[in-house]
Design a protein around this ligand. Structure first.
Ligand code: ADP
Ligand code: ASP
Ligand code: MG
Length: 463
């Protein structure tokens, strides 16, 4: 058995869906189960619709809904799905319209309602893809992912209950797969124990695929996307980025966590637990070998394996009024983070101050209010984290110096530095507007120039 996940661009229109069908058909001997994202860009539109309705612009939201509806029907028609099958999509859009009208009437949008609205992207795309597969000769069966993937009730960023999910996934999918059917499910969407719709957080379809793959003890998990594989950095920032053939789980997790959007940060957790290889592949060039992510990968020929970057970061600087950074102060600080369900991406401390970099998408103002009781606070928004990942980071003398030389030669100011606790990364924070330049210069320095021979590596244990 294998799990194949197709992202938004891979199912963006009828042409892309036809390509997906032939990729899945080429794997039919391996008993595939398929996970799909919403059609490219639809989740963003759904979020805008929900916010628009809550802000009083119902007519704008309904106009966007009409465009989304037409996009699905156009693909249906082009794929020659029978009109009575196409018609099954209609009630889905009707109920989404009712939800939008409800949001507008109340003028209120809770995370629970946002999940409800966002879920329509994957609900509709999975229905469309199933219908298309059947027309194109694949024996597909639509499975509502919300009946398999059970989570807690942390709406918009729900965490899976693996025990319930594994049991439900096996009992729903195994009989279908054994009969030679191809189950098709929406990624990203799930439900809590009461059957209320939840989602796994933006980009969560990768995570769904890996959760289902682990539940089925799949032979592999394939993430089909719009790039050749995991690259040395985001090719949109740096066109010279090169594909990485093989990556270890730890390196890939670190890259995903620090912003390599090609994988949702939690994707590798279930795969690692079951030691299932994860392949990242290009749905526009299915003949490519992509990237294989597994327990161990051959040593990198370059100092670093890849560079990740994450925008939308805020730094909170705190000074204690006391002389020393007492344990009680740090405890109170991190308890406040926990109360607000916020986690720190980078932390650096000195005698009486601490700097914490965190995702700006979190609800920061209430945290800051609380922290003011502990000391002086300064908040710096619009920052970005740049993270260089490589298994050899700690073994090579002078590696940090050459990173920071490169950044200073580019005239970029650094706000915070951390050599990762995981021992395989060096991360630092810059102005968001400087991030692309920082990544481009580092990529040129570490990936586009001849690398020093391995003899320059010193003994293990040196930082
Ligand atoms: P999908 O819709 O298939 O899930 P995403 O847009 O979520 O696709 O992820 C693919 C994108 O990730 C690529 O288009 C690329 O811009 C971005 N990306 C960021 N870092 C990397 C990286 N290191 N390797 C490959 N792609 C990356
Ligand atoms: N459609 C969702 C999103 O855009 C999930 C995904 O594509 O992985 O975030
Ligand atoms: Mg994605």
């Amino acid at each position: 058995m294998i799990v194949m996940k197709f992202g938004g661009t891979s199912v963006e229109d009828s042409k892309a869906i036809t390509r997906v069908a032939s990729i899945v058909a080429s794997r039919s001997q391996q008993q595939p189960a398929v996970v799909v994202s919403a059609m490219g860009g639809v989740t963003d539109v759904l979020i805008a619709m929900a916010r628009g309705a809550a802000a009083g612009d119902l007519s704008g939201s309904l106009k966007s809904l009409q465009a989304v509806r037409e996009r699905h029907f156009k693909a249906c028609e082009e794929l020659r799905v029978a009109p009575q099958v196409c018609a099954q999509l209609q009630p889905l859009f009707d109920s989404l319209e009712m939800v939008l009208r409800g949001i507008a009437a109340l003028g209120e949008l809770s995370p629970r309602t946002m999940d409800n609205v966002m879920s329509y992207g994957e609900i509709c795309s999975s229905a469309l893809v199933t219908a298309a597969f059947n027309v194109l000769g694949l024996p597909a069966e639509l499975v509502d992912a919300r009946e398999c993937l059970i989570t807690d009730s942390a709406f918009t960023r729900a965490a899976p209950n693996f025990e319930a999910t594994n049991q439900r996934t096996q009992s729903k999918l195994v009989p279908l797969i054994s009969k030679g059917r191809v189950p098709v499910m929406g990624g990203f969407i799930a439900s809590n124990a009461d059957g209320i719709t939840t989602t796994l957080g933006r980009g969560g379809s990768d995570y769904s695929a890996s959760i289902f793959g682990a539940a089925l003890s799949a032979d592999s998990i394939e993430i089909w996307t719009d790039v050749q594989g995991v690259m040395t950095t985001d090719p949109r920032i740096c066109p010279a980025a090169q594909k990485i053939d093989e990556l270890g789980f730890a390196e890939a997790s670190e890259l995903a966590y620090f912003g390599a959007k090609v994988l949702h940060p939690a994707t590798l957790i279930p795969a690692v637990r079951k030691n299932i290889p994860v392949y990242v592949l290009d749905s526009r060039h299915p003949e490519g070998k992509g990237t294989c992510i597994r327990g161990r990968a051959p040593r990198s020929q370059t100092t670093f394996r890849a560079i990740a970057a994450k925008k939308n970061v805020t730094i909170i600087n705190m000074k204690t009024t006391r002389k020393l950074m007492a344990f009680s102060f740090l405890k109170a600080l991190f308890e406040a983070f926990e109360r607000h369900s916020l986690s720190a991406d980078l932390v650096s401390t000195s005698e009486a101050s601490i700097s914490i970099a965190l995702d700006s998408a979190g609800v920061i103002p209430p945290l800051v209010e609380e922290l003011r009781q502990l000391g002086d606070i300064e908040v710096e928004p619009a920052k970005a984290i740049v993270c260089l990942v490589g298994e050899d980071v700690k073994r090579i003398i002078g590696v940090a110096a050459s990173v920071f030389d490169t950044i200073s030669a580019a005239g970029i100011n650094i706000h915070m530095i951390s050599q990762g606790a995981s021992e395989i990364n060096i991360s630092f924070v810059v102005e968001e507007s400087d991030m692309p330049k920082a990544v481009q210069h580092l990529h040129a320095r570490f990936f586009e120039q001849p690398q020093a021979a391995p003899a320059s590596k010193a003994n293990a244990g040196r930082g």
